[in-house]
Design a protein around this ligand. Structure first.
Ligand code: ATP
Ligand code: MG
Length: 594
């Protein structure tokens, strides 16, 4: 199911390619053994030479829904594996028992697939759960203790914090740092066996409390936490810290290139320290994985942090994780963005050492490029006012008479067929298509002017009707005879204005949801600002629109170009036959920058 490289595609700037090519040329990944499943050194030693030239992984924590930033990481990891004859693993980094749920696991798998990627390669699944490595992690911790490389610290959290020092001050050794390996091992087993309260002590690496890199000042490896884990239940009351668990996960899976975002750069020395210690002890196979950091990918006018997105959902600022305004992949899918557009955007941005902010308008450009050739056209009136054709009975003999009209479903894709609809005496047009007094250059309806009802007749505006408050309730016009589109007389009268319309007698009333930016500021959470203060109160507008009758029975998730308005999708959640609901994806041109 994964898509193949397109030769025509410009190769975007990606410094990781140079690194991988360098490593492949040097034969660094050659001859590694892989036993077919994750495991320790002995396990892989008995395996075959790895058929994958490189191994990468996408390692989400199943504590929320994926967002557009994750799409960057997914396309990067799966894309590099595809391009260099490698394999990419989908690994759930589920070592934290508190926030993780099956719901998120399922949603993440669904979205990786939606983006077009597959963790099955060569007939084998590469879907892994870090919690399956708890036994190994525990063994690794005991090994470090035995080597004098880890100790149980019983300082209070406040003491630990104070003794860690800061950028200018070296840390101070814990009074527990000089315990013997035997004492530490006994203590650590007590931790595991539930003999100590949550938070009473932690296991720490024993490295260097004076290191200029604060992450090397005896980082925490294990903590006590009585929490039920979604996979291992109540088997454990101690859990590994992320910084300890992640390198081990990579090594057990024989990842060659471990790609992460820039904030992990300072963790790399510990990553290497830990893996080398465990490989020296024969627990992990060499060559070891290497970590490389790249800049985060962000969209402007939204936030991309699972914690903040969860807050938007929990406090009901949006309707859910899949609210079409959310930068989550489920939200973007529901909004109508296609996986092709999302992929094209993230792949076009390159991979650099700086964090990048991208405009939605760029994504919209890719969306239009994708949908322009695919989406069927349809007529829709979003801000309706009635147009009465006052000479109808005189021309056609009866108000019941209807004039058949046709239009291509797509101007350049004849295979999509023809749309059929009829013209009657009353039609819906856009309110902005009538002006009592026309501004200069206005070619639509105003008294005395002629314009074409698209795919129908030319009409001449004669005025309007108003209510007692002066609001326009109907526009009046007469049909110019023998000017119907597709007939010999169609060009007999020249007009400059073309108007979209839907006949009142067959129009389908639909709920149409129009979306704007979720926030009013480009970087809503910049500089520690409370991002909720800059929510855009006008980010969602709901209108009742009139649609042409061919849209009466479309399937949810079908995308259309509503002529002149832009691209719309039948909402995958709320759309029903008989109760249509459409979302606006984007306009025909970029209208976010105005
Ligand atoms: P968040 O801060 O939104 O919770 P996270 O990094 O904590 O994101 P993880 O589930 O740990 O979420 O992320 C899985 C992978 O996706 C990681 O390798 C992470 O580096 C990557 N990733 C997350 N956000 C971005 C982003 N904005 N740009 C690029 N990669 C990202
Ligand atoms: Mg994370």
């Amino acid at each position: 199911m994964s898509h193949t490289s397109d030769d025509a595609k410009p190769v975007s700037n990606n410094f990781l390619r140079a690194i991988i090519e360098r490593d492949l040329d040097a034969g660094l990944t050659q001859g590694r053994k892989f036993a077919g499943t994750p495991g320790d050194a002995a396990h892989h030693e008995g395996g075959q030479v790895d058929p994958a030239r490189i191994r990468t992984r996408f390692p989400p924590e199943p504590n929320g829904y994926l967002h557009i930033g994750h799409a960057k990481s997914i396309c990067l990891n799966f894309g590099l594996a595809r391009d260099y004859g490698g394999i990419c693993h989908l690994r759930f980094d589920d070592t934290n028992p508190e926030k993780e749920e099956q719901e998120y696991v399922d949603a993440i798998k669904e979205m990786v697939t939606w983006l077009g990627w597959d963790w099955n390669a060569g007939g084998t699944s590469h879907l892994f759960f870090a919690s399956n490595y708890f036994d190994f992690m525990y063994r690794a911790a005991e090994y470090l203790i035995e080597q004098g490389l880890a100790y149980v610290d019983e300082q209070t959290p406040d003491e630990m914090r104070a003794n860690r020092g800061d950028f200018t001050t070296p840390g101070k050794d814990s009074p527990f740092r000089s315990r013997t390996p035997q004492e530490n091992l006994a203590r650590f087993r007590e931790m595991r066996d539930g003999q100590h309260a949550d938070g009473a002590m932690i296991l720490r690496a024993r490295i260097d409390m004076a290191s200029p890199n604060i992450n090397m000042r005896d980082p925490a490896l294990y903590r006590i936490r009585r929490a039920t884990h979604h996979n291992t239940g109540d088997q454990w009351c101690i859990y590994p810290m992320y910084t300890f668990a992640h390198p081990i996960e990579d090594a057990l899976e024989r990842i060659t290139h471990s790609l992460c975002t820039l904030e992990f750069e300072d963790q790399r020395p510990f990553y290497d320290w830990l893996l080398n210690a465990l490989a020296d002890g024969g627990l992990l196979a060499r060559p070891l994985p290497h970590q490389y950091e790249f800049g985060r990918f962000n969209l402007s006018y939204v936030v991309t942090s699972k914690r903040k997105l969860k807050q938007l959902v929990d406090e009901q600022h949006v309707t859910g994780w899949d609210d079409p305004r959310m930068p989550t992949l489920v939200g973007m899918r529901r909004r109508g963005y296609t996986p092709e557009a999302v992929r094209a955007m993230v792949e076009s941005t390159g991979v650099t050492k700086t964090n990048a902010w991208l405009e939605y308008s760029v994504l919209d450009g890719y969306l239009r490029a994708d949908l322009e050739g695919k989406a069927a056209r349809a007529s829709a009136v979003l801000d309706p006012v009635k147009l009465k054709l006052t000479n109808w009975v005189e021309l056609f003999g009866s108000a019941e008479h209807k004039e058949a009209c046709h239009a291509p479903a797509h101007p350049h894709v004849p295979e999509l067929g023809t749309r059929n609809f009829t013209l009657g005496p009353d039609v819906w047009i856009e309110r902005e298509d009538f002006q009592e007094v026309a501004p200069k250059g206005y070619h639509r309806l105003y008294p005395g002017n002629k314009a074409r009802l698209k795919y129908g007749y030319i009409v001449e505006c004669t005025g309007c009707e108003k209510d007692e408050n002066g609001n326009i309730t109907a526009v009046l016009a007469t049909i110019v005879p023998d000017t119907k589109s597709g007939t010999p007389g169609a060009d007999s009268v020249k007009v400059k204005g073309v108007i979209t319309w839907v006949s009142a007698h067959e129009a389908i009333a639909a709920e149409v949801r129009l979306y704007d930016r979720l926030f009013t500021e480009e970087q809503p959470d910049a500089g520690g600002r409370d991002f909720l203060e800059v929510l855009n109160p006008g980010s969602k507008k709901v209108v009742t629109a009139y649609l042409e009758p061919s849209l009466s029975a479309v399937a949810a998730d079908t995308k259309f170009q509503f002529e002149r308005h832009g691209y719309f999708v039948a909402d995958r959640v709320d759309h029903r036959a008989g109760k249509p609901v459409f979302n606006k994806i984007t306009g025909l041109r970029d209208n976010f920058t105005k």
